[in-house]
Design a protein around this ligand. Structure first.
Ligand code: GLU
Length: 281
């Protein structure tokens, strides 16, 4: 076994479709080529949208497809305590704050600089007495990472964070522009964690050396690299693959039953045919 450890991390909010198959097969192929290990992680922190029957279907579909993962399946909803502890550590260091704002308020307060695609939201904790009053009133709050505090804490390193993007083969170094990040949610109002926090906590815990995922997640990577730097977690190498698109150039959607692996399998399509359907032209 090499030191190459990667993972496949689906969310059980629906059935897997051809886009997921393309990603899972990429994980499988790259791990195999490197003589590495695959971990399977169920990203089910959104307990309102995730369902056990989707998880069962995912495990069945992946086994059918031929994804060979090692070790136990990690289910994030069983580890909320671990994520809460990370938030607590960040809070104690002044790097995280409770945010009572609604989505609409956050959007209204975000600034869009002329050269930036995304509006940037930067907030701050409420004064102690006000925060206490809101907590006593039972008002829901999220936890946000304070980018300003994080940059202060990192000092000169804040402008020198770099991660490796590998095309396997061929590597590029990508600089993380922490000054353009928003105060991201690390604990949701409706869940004790957020995708960002749970994913990079688990990548560190599971010893992931290579994160292989779709290029739709490229905008998340700077946040993950920043969290790794703040928490002293190792920084994996990243490989963001192109997304598989349908004949109209659109991404596959979980609600489109005709492209789910379950439907295709039941219609007699074989895993080899799925491999051909998902391989690049
Ligand atoms: N759970 C995410 C998804 O299903 C994947 C996250 C990741 O690979 O980092 O899109």
């Amino acid at each position: 076994m090499s030191g190459f450890v990667t993972r496949f991390a689906p969310s059980p909010t629906g059935l897997l479709h051809l886009g997921h198959a393309a990603s899972a097969l990429r994980v499988q192929d790259l791990a195999q080529a490197a003589g590495g290990t695959i971990r399977l992680r169920i990203e089910d922190i959104d307990t309102a949208r995730c369902r056990p029957e989707f998880e069962a279907a995912i495990l069945e579909d992946l086994a059918w497809l031929g994804l060979e993962w090692q070790g136990p399946v990690r289910r994030q909803s069983e580890h909320f305590e671990a994520y809460a502890q990370v938030i607590d550590k960040l809070h104690q260091r002044g790097l995280a704050y409770r945010c009572f704002r609604t989505r609409r308020e956050v959007a209204a307060e975000a600034d869009r600089a002329p050269h930036q695609r995304e509006a940037v939201f930067r907030g701050s904790p409420l004064p102690v007495a006000e925060e206490q009053a809101r907590l006593s009133a039972g008002d829901p709050h999220a936890w946000r990472l304070s980018i300003a505090a994080a940059r202060d804490w990192l000092g000169a390193d804040a402008d020198n964070l770099v991660y490796t993007e590998t095309g396997m083969p061929g590597e590029t170094q990508v600089r993380v522009a922490t000054d353009t990040l928003s105060d991201v949610v690390i604990g949701r109002k409706d869940s004790p964690a957020s995708y960002h926090l749970a994913a990079c906590h688990d990548d560190a815990l599971q010893g992931v050396s290579h994160v292989i995922r779709g290029e739709d997640l490229v905008p998340s990577t700077p946040v993950h690299v920043l969290l790794q730097a703040l928490m002293g977690w190792p920084r994996p190498v990243y490989h963001h693959h192109r997304l598989l698109l349908d004949e109209n150039g659109k991404r596959f959607a979980k609600r489109d039953a005709s492209v789910t692996l379950r439907h295709l399998r039941e219609s007699g399509v074989t895993p080899e045919q799925i491999r051909r359907m998902t391989s690049r032209p």
